[in-house]
Ligand binder design. Sequence first.
Ligand code: ASC
Length: 150
Amino acid sequence: MHKKMSLILAAVFTAVALPASAQFAKPEDAVKYRKASFTVMGAHFGRVGAMVSGKVPFDAKLAAENVEVVADLAKLPWAAFGEGTDKGETRAKPEIWKEAGKFKELSDKFQAETVKLQAAGKTGNLDAIKTAFSATGASCKACHDSFRKD
Ligand code: ASC
């Protein structure tokens, strides 16, 4: 194998194998990372929302692509809520770390809803997408209500 390629692969596998917190050099990096993942997720969720609400015409292919991005990104932010990441420019409430079990439960629930949304996207059926979209949105909100500052 090409040397550069094997180095890249080694770096990728190491990153995946390391404990979550070790993937960020500094707590600020983790905060930036999780905010970025929520921002991009929200953008793609919003594009589906515009179709669901009829603001833009329904396009099954676009909807499927967007919910796929949402489901992929929904896996990412949680590793970035490690120790020391409760400070700085963040709306994360201290309850995230005080009620870690509840936070995990709500974030797992949200991820499960995005998997259903992705499946609905694959059907190309607007009603199925609407149902899953609203369940996903409710699970965004449930977590924000408890764990995000206004
Ligand atoms: C969005 C977005 C959120 C959720 C939430 C659902 O489009 O950016 O954070 O939906 O508002 O209640």
